[in-house]
Each structure stands twice: as structure tokens, then as C-alpha cells.
Design a protein around this ligand. Structure first.
Ligand code: SF4
Ligand code: SF4
Length: 472
């Protein structure tokens, strides 16, 4: 990306949250308020309800969403995907990655500001608790600098106890997506010694979340999150981001007798946009990797513009091209190319999901065997069969040969064919046919899989036999 404002870019050599000695500078952002912040509160409430509510949602008794990597059980939108459906999962993941790239190319870091769990928990829950208990920026600074006294112990103690309790709740929710809500209830209702691994997992997750939200905070977005690191690759001059309108704002001026000076831009250098920033940056320097698009600076600046009677939007959602040329292009050639690939992948995944069968079978002739001659002028072939039952119920299966009424199937071993829920069954069987019905060395047969009187699949296989010489 070219130098946005043709300015000195020295600010990119340092991080606002680290001093020259490499020591962390703690950020005390001013409490945000305004139109965008209210909208973000609404979106956060919807997303938090979904996050905490979805583990309880079931579709026909199955979880709506479950990623059980330990037992290799995956439910997505209530659809049970088995390890055998790995190709669908892999393609879905690739589609998701392309969607994220495409979305970022067009809309920048909208995800970070509006939907990322880290931002939502940090800014909408943990930070708000901090404002509620410790007060706004100045009071927080004062409390941190004060010696330990009764007031500080009560305030800090209660804040951290609430943080731990919320981290405890988040860790339970996360685990419910991994082991399922029913198993989680078991873990929670039993003494820790009965389910030591589950208990330890909950404690580790709780400690992890507490550390992230009470200590790491904005450093997750600035230095750890891989998505944040990739912004330099995704963002282009047409990407939409929270951006300062430098054409309108520069050169910065100061209010003189409550009025903007003539020959100066609309920015009065009040630095309120910097004071509200949770990552401690100055957006007026240009688009920066640290900006999580939280919109706090837009609200702060709009408030200033209202007060000095200038139009809102000195800081706004726009692209570099949008500001420079007054024309924000969405459908660039890069976006069209990504969209085409994404549409193709989504169509393939949808086709696979809709044509996917609950019972899968593979039939192969036993290697090294041609055919056997049987009494009554019949010929038999030996086959291996493998069934996979992807449902959560046991299934009783019947096999039939289509179109050849005299053809019979004899299973080696038990006559009754029952495939247990979510499992694989291997077997061997014979197909027998009357010699007179065999017209070529290789006859293609269709084996029907029937359950509850309904044909659930048809599989083609070859039947090898001697060619019957017909008299003329
Ligand atoms: S809040 Fe607006 S006016 Fe104040 S410094 Fe930031 S950009 Fe300039
Ligand atoms: S620059 Fe503005 S949008 Fe970006 S993180 Fe700071 S306050 Fe949020």
C-alpha cells in the first residue's frame, strides 16, 4: 500500500503500547460513547446470546454445533459430519478462509471491531466492568498509582473476582462446543476427582481467559492474532477501513476563541480520537496494523465536530481511494476474482452436503478370485463389502440385485445385517446367478441397499462369469 498521506512514516517504527526501553505502556482508553458504540453494543448482545445459547440448541436431539475432536464427532448446523466426510469439512474450511480474505479485502477489519470474540469480551464486558468499578480514565490512573489501601483492595479485588467468574463462564461455554452440553453437565455435576481431565481443562481455560482479558488485552490484537498480522497483505487502497479524512482535516489547527482558525483544516488537534483508542494509536497518522476498527475514534470525533459546528465524518469508514478521489470502489478485479472462486467452492460444498448419503457402502470383488461353479448350473462371485453408518441410530440393512430376479446374495457369517450407529462394518458375501443369464465375461450389477423397505443407495459392481455359447 502506498504512503497514504505522503507523510513521514516514522510512527510505524514504534508501537504505542511499548516505550523506548521495551516496557509495556498500559492503555487507559477514555470511555467510548456515541452512535457507532450503541450499534456495536446491540450487535455484541446478539452475538453473545448466540455464543452462550447455541450449545443448548438441538436439532432432532443432535447438537446444532459441536466440534468434538477427541471423539471425532462434528455437527455443523445440526448435520452430523463423520471423519469420512473430511473432504466436505476441508472444502468448507477453504471456503471459509477465502470468505474471510474476500471480506477483508472489501471491508477491512470490520470483523475485528464488530464480531471478534476478543474485542467483544474485552471492550463490551471486561472494560465496561472496569469503568463501572474503577471509573473513567483519570480515576483508573489515580487508583493504579495509589498505595494499597482499603478502597483499592475492595475495588481491585472485586474487579478481579468478577473477571475470574466471567472467565469461568467462557471456559465452560468453549468446552460445551468441544465435548457437548450433556457431557459438560456431567463434568460440572461430578466431584473433580471423578472427571479430573475435564476439571483440569476447565481450570486451564479459565486461567487462560483471565490472563488474556486482565493482562494481555490489546496486545492480543497488536502482536499475537495471526489475522491482525495478515492485514498488510489483505488491505489495499480500495479496502474500507476507519480512516481520517486528511484532505479535510489538514493542516491541523487549534480553536481560537472557540472557533476554527482560517486557513486550517477541520482537525482541531484535541486528541480525543487518540484518548479513546483501546490500542493507543493516533488514527490521523494513517491506517495502522494496530487499529481494530472499533469505531471509538469516529464517535469521539463526531462529537467534537458537532461542538465546533462542522459536518461529522472527519474520521469515518472509507477507503484511501474514496478519500483521495471521492469515489469508493467495491468491485475491483481482485474482489471479482475472489468472489468467483468463493462461489464455485460454496456450490461444490452445498452439492456435496445435499447429495451426501447417511449410509455409505463400498463393494469390491475379492482379489485373485474369478468365479465358482455351483450346483444347478449357477455361478458365484465373492465380494468384500464395507458399510459406514453416519446416523445416530442402528440400521438394519438388506441387499438386493436390481433387474436380475434370479440373482441371490448370501452373506458369510450372520444373516442379519445390522450396522451400529456411527460405526463401520466389514463383511464378505457371494452373489449367485444362473449361467443362462450371463452374457459376457463381465456383467455390471447394481446392488441396492435397502433399509425400512426403502432403497437408500445403489452401487455398481462387476460379476465375472463364463460366456454361455448360444445355439444358433
Ligand atoms: S478527535 Fe477529531 S478533531 Fe480531535 S484530534 Fe481527533 S481528528 Fe482531530
Ligand atoms: S484508531 Fe479508532 S477504530 Fe482504530 S482501534 Fe483506535 S479507536 Fe478503534
Amino acid at each position: 500500500m502506498e504512503n497514504l498521506y505522503e507523510f513521514d512514516e516514522e510512527y510505524r517504527d514504534t508501537i504505542a503500547t511499548v516505550d523506548e526501553k521495551g516496557k509495556r505502556i498500559w492503555v487507559y482508553p477514555k470511555k467510548p460513547k456515541g452512535k457507532f458504540h450503541n450499534r456495536r453494543i446491540f450487535v455484541s448482545l446478539v452475538l453473545l446470546t448466540l455464543l452462550f445459547g447455541l450449545p443448548f440448541v438441538k436439532v432432532d436431539g443432535d447438537p446444532f454445533l459441536l466440534i468434538d475432536v477427541f471423539e471425532r464427532k462434528f455437527f455443523i448446523f445440526g448435520i452430523h459430519l463423520w471423519p469420512q466426510d473430511f473432504h466436505i469439512l476441508a472444502l468448507s474450511m477453504i471456503s471459509l478462509v477465502i470468505f474471510i480474505v474476500l471480506f477483508t479485502v472489501v471491508f477491512g477489519r470490520v470483523w475485528c471491531g464488530w464480531a471478534c470474540p476478543q474485542t467483544i469480551f474485552m471492550e463490551m464486558i471486561f472494560r465496561k466492568i472496569e469503568y463501572w468499578i474503577e471509573g473513567n480514565t483519570a480515576k483508573q490512573r489515580k487508583l493504579d498509582a495509589a498505595p494499597w489501601n482499603f478502597d483499592k483492595i475492595i475495588k481491585k479485588g472485586s474487579k478481579h473476582i468478577i473477571y475470574i467468574l466471567i472467565s469461568f463462564l467462557i471456559s465452560h461455554t468453549l468446552l460445551s462446543y468441544i465435548i457437548g452440553i450433556d457431557k459438560l453437565k456431567e463434568v460440572v455435576s461430578q466431584p473433580p476427582t471423578e472427571n479430573l481431565i475435564g476439571f483440569l481443562a476447565l481450570m486451564v481455560f479459565t486461567g487462560f481467559f483471565y490472563f488474556v482479558f486482565s493482562v494481555l488485552r490489546e496486545q492480543v490484537c497488536i502482536a499475537i492474532c495471526p489475522y491482525g498480522r495478515l492485514q498488510g497483505v489483505f488491505l489495499g487502497n480500495n479496502s474500507i477501513a476507519v480512516i481520517y479524512d486528511w484532505l479535510r482535516g489538514e493542516p491541523k489547527g487549534r480553536l481560537k476563541k472557540g472557533k476554527v482558525q482560517e486557513n486550517k483544516g477541520d482537525c482541531i488537534d484535541c486528541k480525543l480520537c487518540v484518548h479513546v483508542c483501546p490500542t493507543g494509536i493516533d488514527i490521523r497518522n494513517g491506517t495502522q496494523l494496530e487499529c481494530v476498527n472499533c469505531t471509538a475514534c469516529i464517535d469521539a470525533c463526531d462529537d467534537v465536530m458537532d461542538k465546533i459546528k462542522k459536518p461529522r465524518g472527519l474520521i469515518k469508514y472509507a477507503s484511501y481511494v474514496g478519500i483521495k478521489e471521492g469515489n469508493t470502489k467495491i468491485f475491483t478485479s481482485r474482489v471479482i476474482a475472489y468472489s468467483a472462486v468463493l462461489t464455485l467452492l460454496v456450490s461444490v460444498v452445498a452439492f456435496m452436503l445435499f447429495t451426501r448419503t447417511d449410509i455409505e457402502a463400498t463393494i469390491l470383488k475379492v482379489p485373485g478370485q474369478l468365479y465358482q461353479e455351483k450346483p444347478n448350473d449357477r455361478i458365484s462371485n465373492l465380494y468384500n463389502i464395507q458399510f459406514i453408518n453416519k446416523t445416530t441410530n442402528d440400521v438394519e440393512m438388506e441387499l438386493k440385485i436390481k433387474d436380475y430376479k434370479d440373482a441371490t446374495i448370501k452373506r458369510v457369517g450372520e444373516e442379519q445385517l445390522v450396522i451400529n450407529a456411527g460405526s463401520r462394518l466389514d463383511g464378505i458375501f457371494f452373489i449367485e446367478m444362473a449361467r443362462k443369464n450371463i452374457n459376457s465375461m463381465k456383467t455390471v450389477l447394481q446392488v441396492q441397499l435397502i433399509t425400512d423397505g426403502e432403497v437408500v443407495d445403489e452401487i455398481n459392481t462387476n460379476f465375472i462369469g463364463p460366456v454361455t455359447r448360444r445355439s444358433k
